[in-house]
Design a protein around this ligand. Structure first.
Ligand code: NAD
Length: 297
């Protein structure tokens, strides 16, 4: 069993750290939020006073932070960069969704200090994080992938090696661009059905058995009351914030621009989430996009 430093115990990182502790690893956890630390301590993690203290003596370091700037500052450009503190034999696994360019730059900065760093963004949402069934999409060398695999298996079901550094992030934004498009389309179809007198549960059941079936309909229905245990049924609290989906669609637009790939649907989804965010809904789960359609009437 390994000694693991876990930095970032939010909606995703909190349950991921708990699953590592449940699997028998020693988890030294750190977050800026007292509440997040308290919850991790209640579920078997050791609490560290700082990120620097958490990584002391760790075989593996995992981070699950909001965005690129948090990751770069933690490891490279902040006051006390972790690359100066981490064991040279340790592997750093960043599971945050960030831009591929930053992931490559941070990996190169780690390599200069003799520290291995891989990108390993996840898919599967808070439900997947809690159940330990996440999909990990890894960018790094084959040897680093092998080293990470047994650790990631305590938190996930499907572990993919997408390619070299940054490839995990490119694959992840392709997936999340598609997710944003699918959620927008699902909200649009459900709202139109309801406006025409259909029961959203009946319409959802019909589409799930028809050619419009998709992940949002299967496990993340955006209409309150249709499905238990999803953010729509708890006032869109928890889950995957509109702010984060908007960030991911922005990352997708960067990849699209850099590679001259046409992404008109991704661009439309980004505009919709932008409108919804601008109306003050950034902190709600992304399935709350359906309110944009409902409020438009
Ligand atoms: P979150 O906002 O719930 O959690 C982020 C945590 O990081 C917070 O608890 C915050 O206090 C902490 N933090 C920020 N800066 C820190 C620092 N310097 N040191 C220590 N802790 C710090 O976000 P989340 O929903 O858990 O998402 C985390 C990442 O996972 C994001 O990149 C997101 O895009 C990605 N993601 C989220 C989901 C989802 O469904 N929520 C799914 C897949 C991927």
């Amino acid at each position: 069993m390994a000694t693991i430093a876990f930095i970032g115990l939010g909606n995703m990182g909190g349950p991921m750290a708990v699953n590592l502790a449940k699997a028998g690893h020693t988890v030294n956890a750190f977050d800026l939020s007292e509440q997040a630390l308290k919850q991790a301590a209640e579920h078997g993690c050791q609490i560290a006073d700082s990120a620097q203290a958490a990584v002391s003596g760790a075989d593996v370091v995992i981070s699950m932070l909001p965005a690129s700037k948090h990751v770069e500052s933690l490891y490279v450009s902040g006051d006390q960069p972790l690359f100066d503190r981490v064991n040279k034999t340790a592997l750093v696994i960043d599971c945050s969704t960030i831009d591929a360019e930053t992931a490559r730059r941070v990996a190169a900065a780690g390599a200069e200090k003799g520290v291995g760093f891989i990108d390993a963004p996840v898919s599967g949402g808070v439900g997947g994080a809690q159940a330990g069934t996440l999909t990990f999409i890894v960018g790094g060398s084959a040897a680093q992938f092998q080293q990470a695999q047994p650790i990631l298996e305590a938190m996930g079901k499907n572990i993919f090696h997408a390619g070299d550094h940054g490839a995990g992030q490119v694959a992840k934004v392709c997936n999340n661009m598609l997710l944003g498009i699918l959620m927008a389309g699902t909200c649009e179809a459900l709202n139109m059905g309801v406006k025409n007198g259909l029961d959203p549960k009946v319409l959802s059941d019909i589409m799930k058995q028809s050619s419009g079936n998709n992940w949002a309909l299967q496990v993340y229905n955006p209409v309150p009351g249709v499905m238990e245990g999803v953010p729509a049924s708890r006032d869109y609290q928890g889950g995957f914030q509109v702010d984060l989906m908007f960030k991911d669609l922005g990352l997708a637009m960067e990849v699209s621009q850099q590679s001259a790939s046409a992404t008109p649907m991704g661009s439309a989804a980004r505009a919709l989430f932008n409108l919804h965010k601008s109306a003050g809904n950034g902190g709600l789960d992304f399935s709350s996009l359906i309110k944009l359609y409902q409020d438009a009437e």
